[in-house]
Design a protein around this ligand. Structure first.
Ligand SMILES: C[S@@+](CC[C@H](N)C(=O)[O-])C[C@H]1O[C@@H](n2cnc3c(N)ncnc32)[C@H](O)[C@@H]1O
Length: 149
């Protein structure tokens, strides 16, 4: 599911900017790049404080589509990879109550009500599974360090 445009998100971002200027964006879950990534890119392209905007997607073919969809935002860096190890991500999907027992969480969106564990596991395993996923870790640590200090 792609995040839809929502004026409340823009208002919240503007308010956040006045409290603490955002200079680094790290997004997990680009999907096709047309939802939250595009929305954030449109917000930050008018914003001179931004130094880096990294978005990552685990699924190889989603990432390829996103990379193409995001070409009009040259400052956005779409990375193919996982924010955590694949094993950890799959373990989370198998154990998260809001996925396993989703009927108890009617206010939380879920992509697949019949086999959500299977759906999200397949997504995480999508297409080629990157040997370079873990190469993202040092780069992310570096970004977070800069973001915090
Ligand atoms: C709900 S979709 C994201 C929607 C997107 N933000 C938008 O608004 O269009 C979740 C995406 O996150 C990816 N994903 C899930 N866990 C991930 C992880 N740990 N690292 C990278 N990508 C992940 C999935 O493959 C899926 O494409």
């Amino acid at each position: 599911m792609a995040v839809r445009d929502d004026p409340d998100i823009e208002t919240a971002l503007k308010e956040l900017q006045t409290i603490h200027p955002i200079d680094v964006v790290i997004e997990t879950g680009t999907y096709l790049g047309t939802g939250s990534t595009r929305m954030l890119a449109e917000f930050f392209e008018r914003n001179r404080s931004l130094r880096r905007f990294v978005t990552m997607e685990a699924h190889w073919s989603y990432w390829k589509t996103a990379r193409s969809n995001l070409q009009r935002f040259p400052f956005v860096e779409p990375k193919w990879g996982l924010s955590v190890s694949k094993e950890k991500a799959i373990e989370f999907v198998r154990n998260d109550p809001a996925i396993r027992e989703h009927h108890r969480y009617p206010d939380i969106f879920i992509d697949d009500v019949n086999d959500p564990v299977g759906f999200y596991t397949r997504e995480l395993q999508g297409g080629r599974v990157a040997p370079n996923t873990f190469a993202l870790k040092p780069a992310l640590k570096e970004l977070v360090k800069h973001a915090l200090y």
